[in-house]
Design a protein around this ligand. Structure first.
Ligand code: RM4
Ligand code: MN
Length: 385
């Protein structure tokens, strides 16, 4: 139990700045009270999630949504709040120039602009001290014949190589894949195999990020996790959950058993150890639920799945597996999943001087009432801000 607690104490879950801003579907963005007006206020909200869970000490930024004049100043503001700046997420999908793609666009001018933005994100990493750049491309085509599938791979490879060469000491990039959307016929980085092949070619500073919402229904995500971890190519996760497409719902809400299976492969592959560098990030939007408690719940869901994964009796499992005891092995696995870990996590929090129930502690903290009263006027942050 001491080992399990130590592993849980060491786990860090990164929250995304965009989860604190307004969001919605392509039909409607519902504004909520108290929503941050700038990146400084987003960091303040993220600091609340850390204050109550104790395991969310970093915040991912999305550029240009979180554009500021002075990134070093933003980083020092984060430190004052007790958090740090984590991954820098590039955004090459919200400019008119990118209608037909960004780094894979047929026009060299647009490709240069897109790659220029990615390089600028590395400059921002230098200023904030972030070690991770996350690359997601909305690039793809809607109609067969619209563009040359193979040439688009060449353009992607060329841009990635330029960004890779710009990375400094201790910096890396994570390449994210997504099956479809916004391109409906062919996406340029649709799956882990494509991302993996580009990363292998580039070298150790390029790794794959698994966004749990970016797969076809029924995909065995834990297999992908096991494979990438074994190859040293699992850079991290964008956690969320999906029922249909890329719904960006709270991680663990749709399928907590899948989250457990994923976390078991992480534990099995040594991915909780700091030196493997697996980043546990959330990539979510809270369209109809309040945002800060939505993030707290999500962090707790990942923590619960991790605790259950750590509880798997690996020795008993290995013994049953080697004897070909199908039902025995499955029972060992399910025993861990069916354990209620909430008392253990409450105890862990109390040992660290935190309230046992982060949701209740936030609800009674008065923080929401404070931001709802204070944050009036100005422009609320949201997609495209
Ligand atoms: C994409 C992808 C990226 C995220 C954007 C907002 O679908 O998941 O990680 O930054 O959405
Ligand atoms: Mn993502």
């Amino acid at each position: 139990m001491t080992d399990i607690k130590a592993a849980l104490r060491a786990q860090h879950i990164e929250t995304p700045s965009w989860a604190y801003g307004n969001s919605g579907t392509r039909f409607k963005v519902f504004a909520q009270k108290g929503v941050p007006r700038d990146p400084y206020e987003k960091l303040a909200d993220a600091a609340q999630v850390h204050a109550h869970t104790g395991i969310a000490p970093t915040v991912a930024l999305h550029i240009p949504w979180d554009k500021v004049d002075d990134y070093a100043d933003l980083a020092s503001h984060a430190r004052d709040l007790g958090v740090g700046i984590g991954a820098i997420n590039s955004n090459v999908f919200q400019d008119d120039d990118y209608m037909l793609g960004s780094v894979t666009h047929p026009s060299a001018r647009v490709r240069r602009k897109a790659t220029g933005h990615l390089l600028e994100c590395v400059d921002i990493m230098d200023a904030t001290g972030s070690d991770t750049l996350k690359l997601w491309f909305s690039d793809g085509i809607n109609y067969p014949g619209q563009d040359d599938l193979r040439a688009r791979q060449d353009r992607l490879a060329e841009s990635l190589a330029e960004v890779y060469d710009r990375l400094g000491e201790g910096q890396r990039f994570l390449l994210e894949y997504k099956l479809f959307e916004p391109a409906f016929y062919a996406t340029d980085v649709p799956d882990w195999g494509t991302a993996y092949a580009h990363c292998v070619k580039l070298g150790p500073k390029a790794q794959v990020v698994v966004d749990t919402g970016h797969h076809a229904p029924g995909t065995n995500i834990e297999f992908i996790v096991a494979f990438l971890l074994r190859e040293g190519k699992l850079g991290g996760f964008d956690f969320n959950s999906r029922f249909y497409a890329d719904d960006d719902l709270m991680v663990g809400a749709a399928d907590p058993f899948q989250l457990f299976r994923i976390m078991f492969e992480v534990v099995r592959g040594g991915g909780l150890e700091a030196e493997t560098g697996v980043a546990f990030m959330l990539d979510q939007c809270h369209n109809i639920e309040p945002k800060i408690p939505g993030q707290i719940r999500s962090v707790m869901n990942v923590q619960e799945a991790t605790a259950k994964a750590l509880l798997v009796d690996r020795e008993a499992l290995a013994a049953a597996q080697s004897e070909g005891d199908v039902l025995g092995a499955n029972a060992v696995f399910m025993d861990a999943y069916n354990t209620d870990v909430r008392p253990l996590l409450a105890e862990l929090r109390e040992e660290s001087g935190l309230a046992p129930d982060p949701m209740a502690a936030y609800a009674t903290s008065g923080y929401f009432e404070k931001i709802a009263a204070e944050r009036v006027g100005g422009n609320q942050a949201g997609w495209g801000a």
